[in-house]
Every structure is written in C-alpha cells, then in structure tokens.
Design a protein around this ligand. Structure first.
Ligand code: ADP
Ligand code: ASP
Ligand code: MG
Length: 452
C-alpha cells in the first residue's frame, strides 16, 4: 500500500454480520470499496443481548444452558456454511467454553468487570468468523484484537477511551498490517491499563470505529447498518420518515445524543476532532446511497429530525431556601459531581429545579440516583425521582433565532402531558420530557406535522 493513499474505516453492525447472507453482503461492500483497510464489526445480531442476560446471572442451570445454546446456534449456523473452517471452528469453540465458564461465575458472583469480559465474547467470535469469510473469498485479511488497540479507563460498562494511548497503540500495532492486509477488529470493546477487558456501552461499535478512524488518521468512516442512512426519525416509529442526504456534525451529534439509535451518542466526537466525514448506509443495499455527515451541510433546514430517548429518569429538587438566595445550585451540583452523576436536561423555577440523568451503559439500566446521593440532597431540599419517562428532541437549525419556530411544535403537542421543556441553550434543538407510554405517539405527531 502506498503510505500516502487515503484509508477508510468501515463499521458493520450486528444485523450486517448476523447471518451468512448478511456477512456476504458486507464482504461485497468491502470488496467494492478498495480504500477500506480497517473493518470494525459488532457481535452477530442477538448475541450481545443473550450475553448481557448471562452476565446478569441466570440461576437456573437449564435456562443458562438454553441461552448458551442460542448463542452457539447463531454462530454455528454461519460456520457450517463456510469452507475449510477447522481453525476458526476451534477458536469459536474456545470462546463458547469461555462464555459458559463466565456465565457460571456470573450466576453466583456477578460483577461489572465480569459483564464486560463476557459481553466482549460476542465481538471476539464474530471477528474470527468474518475474517475467515474474507480470506475464503481471497481477500488477504488479518484479525486484530481491539483490546490491544483501544485503551480505556476502568469504568466497566461505559468505559471512557484514551485517544492518545489508543493512537499510539494503533500506529504501532495496526499500521504495519494495514500496509499489506485488510484488518478486521472488534467494535465496542477495549482494555484498561491493566489489560482488563472493558466496553463502551450498548451500541458502542460506532464509537470504536470513529476512535480507530481518528487513531489511524483515516480519510473517511463508513457506518454500514440496516437502513440506508439517517432518516428524519426512526423509520420503525414513523413509516413516513425519509432519508437525509447530508447533515452537519452538529445536527447529527444532537440526534445521536438524544437517542437516535443509528449512532452511538459519542460517535461523532472523534470524527469532529479529526475532521473525518462519516457516511451511513445499508450494507444490504449500498446502491440506495445514504447520509454524509460533514462539518458543514449544504442545507440547514429549520427542522431536520426527531429523536427519541427512552428509559429516562427525572429528578425534581424543591426548596424554599432557593428563593432569592445564591449557591443552592452549586451545592446540588457539587453533590451530583461527587457521585459522578452526569446531568442531561435541566430547568429551574423560583423554588425548584428539575433535571434528567444521563447514562448509557452496557447493562442498559435506567439512570439511577444512588440512595446516598438522595440522602445528601434531602438535607438541602425535597427530592422527587420519577422514572418511565422519555426525552423527545426536535433537531434543527437557528431555531432560537426564527420567530414562531416553537409554535408548530407546541401545536403538534397540544394534547400531550409535557413533564419538562428545554429550549434556548442550543439553537439546534427543542427537547420535551414526556411519559414513556406517550413517547411513540409524540414522535409520530411531531413528525407528521413538521415533516410529512
Ligand atoms: P447496527 O446494529 O447496525 O448498529 P442499530 O440497530 O444500532 O444498527 O441502528 C440502526 C437502527 O437505528 C435502525 O434500524 C433504526 O430503527 C434506528 N434509528 C433510530 N433513529 C434513526 C434515524 N433517525 N434514522 C435511521 N435509523 C434510526
Ligand atoms: N454488540 C454491541 C451491542 O449490541 C455493540 C454494538 O453493536 O455496537 O450493543
Ligand atoms: Mg448500533
């Protein structure tokens, strides 16, 4: 490979490697894009969910066996359709045994470190199979272990990457292979300084791919998934949703932050840092095109998309001491910071403040306010914690500079019980918090009124 020739990174999600047919379509995409030198893949569709269930500890040995069998079936169904796969079969067998051992331990002594070691097996296996498939098609491919490339801290379940160390490891260990081979590695997983396996949170393969693209200074990143691009909202929620040809980093980042599952919330952070354009398309239908996410898009419509984030927790703090005094919020945030609680949306009134908690981890739990934090906050004010909420975000441009922009939003929501509204801090969004059971309806109504 000419060291000056541009390299692209391609990421394939779970459905794009979930069956032999899907794997072949993904391999076609790779072969059709010769600049793709690094391929980042997820676990085969369904496997991570099974692994998370095992990691939570299944007591009943038979139920545990059934889960293990379900995982084995997914992989074996693919493997039996591949030629000459004795070596790969041995590797996969080894990981299936490891999963069984970890699952036994998790049933008696679950832990976050064990969860990460266990769920990582999904990607460790899928990369063995996909590397074999590419080699069997004559594409010279090597498999790299992402735990030797992607360095993170030790926050199991939602580990924070260390971009400098990741870059050093990738330049050292990945670049020499990229000169002669296509490299396949795992999304979602990394390792801390002690070599312990960590994960970046559910859907984290997108983020891994962006981190690798940054580390090897790739010229572009392609996220190949099950839909041909980013739509005006989740097409599973609104059938009239339509694809967006081009979108800016800021708009797409807001969409990802506010729950559009198409991209892990942090995916665009490395892309923005390194000015890497990102393409999103369907691996099974590349001819349908997709969405380019760039620093600047040619158009900047007032309303771009609607995003939905379920499973939200809202905390309302009320205190008469807040009235015309200073320092109350500082005390509240000092407590939240000490408990490492990240605040997402916030609104205040004369005597109260409402905020939502931010959290995406591999366990997929609703964000929690620890009891000890509630106790400390209760010494300052009355604390009310409300769950089963959803955040719906309308993403657009220059919203807080356009007269009447919000009128159409509130018209669409006139029948809805709004638990919280956030508007004004960014000119890219209006967010509302609604009851979980209203969420789908709210997204559909906003989309119908503003996009259809
Ligand atoms: P992968 O396994 O490839 O990472 P995901 O399931 O994580 O795929 O993400 C793709 C899914 O994201 C789509 O099938 C779609 O239901 C959902 N999605 C949510 N919001 C959007 C959006 N605005 N545009 C397109 N897809 C979206
Ligand atoms: N396999 C992981 C998950 O299901 C990571 C990913 O697919 O991005 O969450
Ligand atoms: Mg995903």
């Amino acid at each position: 490979m000419n060291p000056l020739s541009p390299i692209s990174v391609a990421k394939f999600g779970g459905t794009s490697v979930g069956t032999i047919h899907a794997m072949r379509q993904s391999a076609d995409v790779i072969e059709q894009n010769p600049q793709t030198r690094l391929v980042v893949i997820s676990a085969c569709s369904g496997v991570t969910n099974h692994l998370v269930a095992l990691a939570q500890g299944i007591d009943d040995p038979q139920a545990r066996q059934d889960k293990l069998a379900a995982i084995t079936t997914i992989h074996q169904t693919i493997l039996t359709q591949l030629p000459d796969c004795q070596n790969t079969q041995a590797e996969v067998d080894h990981w299936h045994l490891t999963i069984a051992e970890y699952a036994d331990t998790a049933a008696s002594a679950p832990s976050t470190a064990l969860t990460d070691a266990l769920v990582a097996c999904g990607e460790l296996i899928s990369t063995h199979i996909f590397t074999h498939l590419l080699n069997s098609r004559g594409v010279a491919t090597v498999r790299a272990d992402a735990r030797e490339l992607l360095r993170t801290d030790s926050q199991f379940g939602s580990a924070q990457p260390d971009p400098q160390q990741t870059k050093a490891q990738c330049q050292d260990q990945l670049l020499p292979h990229l000169a002669t081979h296509l490299v396949v590695t795992q999304g979602f997983i990394g390792a801390d300084a002690a070599g312990q396996t960590t994960t970046l949170g559910r859907g984290g393969s997108d983020y891994s791919a962006a981190l690798f693209a940054e580390a090897i200074e790739a010229k572009s990143l392609a996220i190949w998934t099950d839909v041909p691009g980013i739509y005006t909202t989740d097409p599973r929620i609104a059938s009239q949703a339509r694809p967006i040809g081009e979108i800016s980093f800021s708009e797409a980042s807001e969409m990802a932050t506010f729950g559009a599952k198409i991209l892990h919330p942090s995916t665009l952070v490395p892309a923005v840092r390194q000015h890497i354009p990102v393409f999103v398309g369907a691996a099974r239908a590349p001819e349908q095109g997709g969405t380019w996410i760039r620093e600047q898009a040619h158009s900047a419509p007032l309303f771009r998309a609607v995003a939905l984030r379920r499973n939200q927790t809202m905390v309302t703090l009320t205190s008469l001491n807040m009235f015309h005094t200073y320092g109350f919020l500082a005390k509240v945030f000092e407590i939240l910071a000490r408990f490492e609680i990240s605040v997402d949306l916030i609104t205040t009134s004369e005597v109260s403040v409402a905020l939502t908690l931010d959290q995406t981890n591999t366990q997929g739990d609703a964000p929690q306010l620890p009891d000890a934090a509630v106790d400390e906050l209760s010494q300052l004010c009355h604390v009310d914690v409300c769950k089963q909420l959803a955040v719906v975000a309308l993403i657009g441009n220059a919203m807080n500079q356009t007269p009447g922009a919000t009128a159409s939003v509130f018209n669409a929501l006139e029948q809805t019980k709004l638990r919280m509204i956030c508007y004004g801090a960014s000119n890219h969004n209006v967010c509302v918090v609604v009851d979980e059971y209203d969420a789908t309806d709210v997204v559909q109504r906003l989309h119908a009124d503003l996009f259809e």
